[in-house]
Design a protein around this ligand. Structure first.
Ligand code: CU
Length: 509
């Protein structure tokens, strides 16, 4: 069954070049990929996990992630989140994982613009869980609300907090400046343990801020969390140093299910909100014989649906799409085609069933955010502050402007109330999904990589908090620095890269 395509081979050679670069600039002890050509069991060519094709038979009935229990009192919404050991059934095998509230996938929190979300947080990860290969205590964790425009300080979206086993904490998220219609996610962000905590099950629960606009609310909504994992002896596999550079799980899941079967009525339109919650794996999504209509990007709803045949989703990115069952009734697969060393995967089976209906795709969406993005695209940016940040590997560590977060973090100080133009330059031979906290950006230019991806995100009126920076390419973006002061971060959302240092501090003053 193993099939090594030309694309896989090129991707592999790209990694080899990175390894060579790493080794040539510092006599690295340990962190580098090394020059070995042997394949890790979870590595780029390992079974179905990497370059091979994964086409499991249709599985169980598709289920949305569970909804978190909330207590609402006016605009005060309260909930509890506990990070805890949990036995999870992964494709028929019982696996000792870590989850929020004993649920995998982790529970979805649905709130509204203007809410005040209070989270009673507990870290119940056992103190004796041990250290990872980076020497970091795996019981230490914290919480980030990816995508939310909230304060990065105090007891809000403050990723500089950290909690030891047994700690409790009360978070307050003031959503008075968070617009509706977005899907973010909460997940751990403790530097050095993020990637493996994701891998073991804390990959995050979805944060939905209900729509401000009415056009999309009547569609049946499906949330799809894409993750992958490899399991050995009833445990998620422990990471080697090499895995921090690149890892593919051999089991790929939607909401913890392998190839679930989703029913759709002939003629029905469903709204699919898809998140790449994987530590490293990219997806190149296509739904057999069907067009997908993009209605929202990471941060906001668009002003009109954008029809596409394929969607690239890098780690941390989200996409909000409409799908219409307008083909001959039958069974169709949602597939991820090969990309960046990951092979073809059948993710989900869409099955027409039930009575005929005739839903339609809306012509326009009344999105204030999209109108704002449209106006920002007209802005004269030549007088704005221009910042260049480079993504590098330095002595086997990730770096920004050649500065490794652990030793000498790159610090960008920005004035709140201004706009800046950031150019992110990728000086490595592999792609990196760039993510900045607090504010989404308007993508102005993408050099290199997939042309359709570049065309899409340099034209749609959607803010992006996560954007792929192609190997040896660049992304230029207009960054609003609005409302909130405090220190936060930007980093690569291949979480292993973040853990080995590809992160910087964003000082908002
Ligand atoms: Cu990266």
């Amino acid at each position: 069954m193993r099939h090594i395509s030309r694309r896989d081979f090129i991707a592999y050679m790209g990694i080899g070049a990175v390894a060579g670069l790493v080794q040539s600039c510092g006599g690295e002890s340990g962190m580098g990929l090394g020059s070995s050509t042997s394949m890790s069991p979870n590595g780029m060519m390992g079974g179905g996990g990497g370059g091979g094709t994964v086409a499991p038979p249709p599985g169980s009935t598709f289920q949305n992630p569970p909804i978190a229990q909330l207590t609402r009192n006016g605009n005060l919404v309260e909930t509890s989140i506990t990070a805890m050991p949990t036995q999870v059934n992964i494709n028929g095998t019982t696996v000792n994982m870590i989850t929020y509230n004993g649920s995998y996938p982790n529970p979805t929190i649905r709130v509204k613009s203007g809410d005040w979300l209070r989270v009673y947080y507990t870290n119940n990860i056992p103190a004796n869980i041990g250290t990872n290969v980076l020497g970091k205590d795996m019981s230490v964790t914290n919480l980030h609300t990816h995508g939310w425009h909230v304060s990065p300080s105090g007891n809000s979206d403050n990723i500089f907090l950290h909690f030891n086993s047994g700690d409790t904490f009360v978070f307050d998220f003031d959503l008075s400046l968070q617009w509706g219609g977005m899907m973010g996610f909460y997940h751990p962000h403790n530097h050095g343990t993020v990637a493996e905590q994701f891998w073991r099950g804390l990959s995050g629960g979805v944060l939905i801020v209900e729509d401000d606009s009415p056009e999309l609310q009547d569609y049946e909504e499906k949330v799809m969390i894409l993750t992958d994992i490899s399991v050995a002896n009833g445990e998620p596999t422990a990471w080697t140093r090499r895995d921090y550079m690149r890892i593919f799980g051999d089991t790929v899941m939607v909401n913890g299910q392998v190839n679930p079967v989703l029913s759709i009525q002939p003629g029905q339109v469903q709204r699919w909100r898809i998140i790449n919650d994987s530590v490293n794996r990219y997806y190149r999504l296509t739904l057999e014989n069907h067009t997908m209509y993009i209605v929202g990007t990471d941060v906001n709803l668009l002003d009109k649906p954008v029809p596409v045949q394929e969607i690239i989703l890098t780690p941390g990115e989200r996409i909000d799409v409409l799908v219409k069952a307008d083909q001959t009734p039958g069974v169709y697969s949602l597939i991820s085609n090969p990309i960046n060393g990951a092979g073809s995967v059948t993710l989900l089976t869409l099955e027409y069933s039930g009575s005929q209906t005739n839903d339609s795709i809306p012509a326009t969406i009344n999105s204030a955010e999209a109108q704002w993005v449209a106006s920002l695209r007209q802005m004269n940016t030549s007088n704005l502050r221009q910042v260049t940040m480079t993504l590098n590997f330095v002595r086997g560590r990730g770096a920004i402007n050649r500065q490794v977060f652990d030793f000498n973090p790159y610090i960008l100080t920005s004035q709140v109330g201004t706009y800046e133009v950031w150019r992110i330059v990728n000086q490595t031979m592999m792609d990196h999904p760039w993510h900045q906290h607090v504010d989404g950006a308007v993508i102005l230019d993408i050099r290199g990589g997939d042309r359709n991806y570049a065309q899409l995100y340099t034209s749609v009126n959607g803010f992006k908090d996560t954007i792929n920076v192609p190997a040896m390419g660049s992304v230029t973006m207009l960054v609003p620095v609005l409302d909130y002061t405090g220190d936060t971060v930007f980093h690569c959302h291949i979480l292993g890269h973040e853990d080995i240092g590809m992160m910087g501090i964003w000082r908002r003053v």
